[in-house]
Design a protein around this ligand. Structure first.
Ligand SMILES: O=C(O)CCC(=O)c1ccccc1C(=O)O
Ligand SMILES: [Mg+2]
Length: 327
């Protein structure tokens, strides 16, 4: 991919569609997910860096969208991928309704350390999930101090096993310390990889047992696969996860998961059900698995979720700036 010529900004913007997908539940503080779909000779790609990301970080997401639309997916090694249920910071009473959107999933990732909530709420939510599913991981999005992480993970593992704790604390030294204090709890790094200049730093420092990897922030499927290769040299397996992607972006995540030589954990690619409308017919989850393969947007569905002209202009300007940064 780096050796291939990138399309011009006019080629990228020709046919680009800005969409706003309404969400069923608040997640990451948002209730509407805006992304841009671009079309190239190999199919469709998705550009959806979160609005607060600076251009240098967002440029990697553009590289990823270009890869999908101009160069397509690498060969798959599997035709379907096991996914986890993703449980936002809801009350225990809402857990069954959330889990119902992930038919057959045996693993749940439960959000914890939500601002404004406490350990009692995390424990209640995780307990409610354990009544339905055997396998639970938690994601704190860096929300705990080391002391809070040790207390929370001790309490959460007193009740039952945890597959791993994703980004319990924000910084690499804190992750290293949590691992040292709780050697029996696996730590997964997400933001320490996705938002780092050097995605291997956390692993070299001894801060992660598992790496959560997302296609767009890493600059595309092939870059993700190259990173997974290097992580494997350190004995660290990867879990491919979404960035709240539309059905098009999810195709890239599924393509990456399908191309990996080893895939020991369920992937966080089941979040399509968070949207009440998407750009294509939702993939059908059966037995906790999603089928691999690209999708093209459905023109009728696309028209229904098209963003207004002010937001569209903002996104297309952002693409212009990011394309310039890719050189
Ligand atoms: O991994 C999953 O189960 C779903 C994806 C997810 O949690 C996520 C989606 C968008 C932004 C951040 C995150 C995250 O892992 O923190
Ligand atoms: Mg995470």
């Amino acid at each position: 991919m780096p050796s291939l010529a990138l399309p011009s900004v006019d080629e990228i913007l020709d046919g680009a569609v800005v969409v706003s997908l309404p969400m069923r539940v608040r997640f990451r503080g948002i209730t509407e997910r805006e992304v841009v779909l671009i079309e190239g000779p190999a199919g469709w790609g998705e550009f959806g860096p979160f609005p607060e990301y600076a251009d240098d970080e967002a440029a990697q997401w553009l590289r990823s969208a270009i890869e999908s639309a101009w160069f397509g997916d690498p060969p798959p090694r599997r035709s379907s991928v096991a996914v986890n249920a993703t449980v936002p910071a809801v009350g225990p009473g809402d857990v069954p309704g959330v889990l119902a959107r992930f038919p057959g999933a045996r693993t749940a990732k439960v959000k914890v350390a939500e601002p404004g909530q406490g350990l009692a709420q995390d424990l209640a939510r995780v307990r409610a999930v354990r009544e339905h599913l055997p396998n639970v991981r938690v994601d704190a999005n860096g929300g705990w101090s080391v002391e809070e992480a040790v207390a929370a993970l001790t309490a959460l593992t007193a009740d039952g096993p945890l597959e791993y704790a994703e980004q319990p604390c924000a910084s690499v030294p804190e992750l290293v310390e949590v691992r040292r204090r709780l050697p029996e709890v696996r730590v997964a790094a997400d933001e320490s990889i996705r938002r780092a200049d050097d995605p291997l730093r956390v692993v070299r420092a001894g801060g992660a047992d598992v790496a959560v990897v997302k296609v767009a922030p890493l600059g595309g499927v092939r870059r993700l696969l190259a990173l997974a290769d290097r992580l494997a040299d350190h004995g660290v397996p990867v879990v491919v996860s979404s960035a709240l992607d539309s059905a098009v972006g999810m195709g890239a995540g599924l393509a990456a998961a399908a191309a990996l030589p080893d895939l020991p954990f369920a992937c966080g690619l089941g979040t399509g059900g968070f949207f009440t409308a998407d750009v294509a017919e939702p993939r059908t989850m059966t037995g906790g698995m999603l089928p691999v393969g690209p999708v093209a947007p459905d023109p009728v569905k696309l028209a229904a979720v098209r963003a207004g002209s002010t937001r569209a202009r903002w996104w297309l300007d952002r693409i212009r700036r990011c394309r310039a940064l890719l050189g």
